[in-house]
Design a protein around this ligand. Structure first.
Ligand code: FAD
Length: 455
């Protein structure tokens, strides 16, 4: 890497101090983490000492690959790195103690699966697949001496994979003040970044007494295009089952339903005519948190409770490390679009929803992509190359409960040399929701968990 300042000890300490302060909130929205940077206290001497020593993990027994982020991308990556090169010494780092699946969490909100179905142990995955799991928060990097800094010390790597997922960008709905961003995150979480948000949302919908419940759909390339519409169906299904007088007001920042439009439109009309009101082109300009109002360009929408899902961006870890592409509105890393490594460092890879490529931000996409990138890294270590192959996106959406009914879509991607852009390829949409789709959605999730944790 050419810019030494990017890597300096001082720079790491600045980034680390900010991240450390941010981590006091648990997993925070991006802007909250960034915001604490200005007024963050420097770590005290003992804390700093801990940060700068080597982490107490076993010495590496081969080329070490450190994977930051144990979500769909990182878990798959860790497993397949070992599969493609058993000599790799793989360390998976995640700040959370356990994995809770976002896919199928909407069905869980409506009691169609248990929390046990969604929850899995990092230890189990690591033991079954022969890698090491380290529960820690990555705070910063030194790309020259190849180190990842965590609050438990640093870990050296031969290859580094960054798969830290997304964060919310509240500034894109007019909430710029960092205190307000934190308040909004805690009071009306979007449910797309941390498992605590999901627990809060479940409480909200099961305790809701009636009135207007607002859900928002962000614009741009947001995580799991279908999930906010699926969630509206599941929330409405709970209200319908509870027979409460409640309306789900679905404020969509897009001009129309972005995916599976016919299927969702039919569900909104046929199943939830009395419960869901869908309003497209609702460009949110601000949120009055205390007054409980969402403000758009032309209107104001009072609510009794809400799930506010704002536009998203890549994890701020990437921007803080100075490896983001400044042209990219989501602050994704500047990577090779086919090989996933930083344009000027073939030892550092970025995958999953943090990637720079415009593939659908989905767990299935991250899972199939990680298998390919693991192969790329294994080949690189042997001085070989692997031919590019497209990730596969597969996404089920539940629309009804008791019995669970769902629809699905599968797609691939192709690179158009003329435009220099990726486009969808071989898309197959099944937007007639039925019980077979419902069962298939659960079987799909079970298969994914089995692959990432048990097989
Ligand atoms: C409600 C909902 C429904 C969905 N439904 C589907 C679906 O049906 N099908 C589908 O394919 N996808 C679905 N998705 C999308 C899917 O969950 C994401 O696309 C997927 O999780 C992306 O994987 P990832 O590994 O990139 O990120 P994540 O799964 O978010 O993993 C990132 C990990 O990085 C960790 N991390 C972040 N920063 C640090 C740090 N500094 N140090 C250490 N660890 C860190 C986090 O703790 C996290 O575990 C859904 C999402 C939601 C929210």
């Amino acid at each position: 890497m050419s810019n030494p300042d990017k890597l300096s000890r001082r720079r790491f300490i600045q980034a680390g101090g900010a991240a450390l302060a941010g981590s006091a909130f648990g997993a925070t929205p991006a802007t909250a983490t960034a915001a604490t940077a200005g007024d963050a206290k420097q770590p005290t001497a003992p804390a700093l000492h801990k940060l700068l020593r080597k982490a107490a993990i076993p010495a590496s027994r081969g080329a070490r690959v450190v994977v930051v982020g144990g979500g769909w991308s990182g878990l798959t990556m860790a497993k397949y790195l070992k599969r493609f090169n058993p000599a790799f010494d793989v360390v998976l780092i995640d700040r959370q103690s356990a994995f809770v699946s976002f896919p199928v969490s909407n069905a869980w909100l409506a009691d169609q699966v248990t929390l046990e179905f969604l929850s899995h142990s990092f230890f189990e995955a690591a033991n079954n697949h022969g890698y090491l799991f380290m529960q820690a928060t990555a705070l910063g990097f030194d790309f020259e001496s190849r180190r990842v800094y965590t609050e438990q010390g640093y870990v050296e790597y031969d290859y580094l994979v960054l798969a830290p997922g997304i964060e919310y960008d509240y500034s894109r709905i007019g909430v710029d003040d960092t205190e307000a961003q934190n308040l909004l995150f805690h009071r009306y979480p979007g449910g797309f970044v941390t498992s605590s948000e999901l627990l809060t949302i479940k409480q909200k919908i099961h305790r809701f007494k009636g009135g207007t419940f607002v859900l928002t759909v962000p614009n741009g390339d947001y995580r799991c295009s279908a999930a906010p519409y699926e969630r509206a169906c599941m929330v409405a299904a709970v209200f319908k089952r509870r027979r409460i007088s409640a309306k789900v007001l679905l404020l969509d920042m897009n001009s129309e339903i972005t995916i599976k439009k016919a299927g969702f439109s039919r569900a909104f009309e046929q199943l939830y005519g009395d419960f869901i009101e869908y309003l497209p082109s609702s460009e949110i300009s601000s949120v009055d948190i205390e007054g409980r109002r969402v403000v758009t360009e032309f209107d104001e929408f009072p609510f009794d409770d809400a799930i506010i899902y704002p536009p998203v961006r890549a994890s701020s870890l990437i921007e803080e490390a100075g490896i983001d592409n400044p042209q990219d509105s989501q602050k994704a890393a500047n990577t090779d679009p086919f090989r996933y490594h930083l344009v000027d460092d073939e030892r550092v890879y970025v995958t999953g929803d943090s990637r720079s490529q415009p593939f659908s931000k989905g767990g299935h996409t991250a899972h199939s992509e990680a298998q390919y990138v693991a192969e790329v890294i294994a080949a690189h270590a042997l001085g070989r190359e692997v031919r590019w192959r497209s990730p596969q996106t597969m996404c089920f959406s539940a629309v009804d409960i008791e019995p669970l009914r769902a629809m699905s879509i599968i797609t691939y991607y192709k690179f158009d040399k003329q435009s220099g852009l990726f486009a969808f390829d071989r898309t197959h949409l099944m937007d007639k929701w039925d019980t077979q789709g419902g069962q298939a959605s659960l079987a799909w999730a079970e298969g994914m968990y089995r692959d990432m944790f048990y097989l």
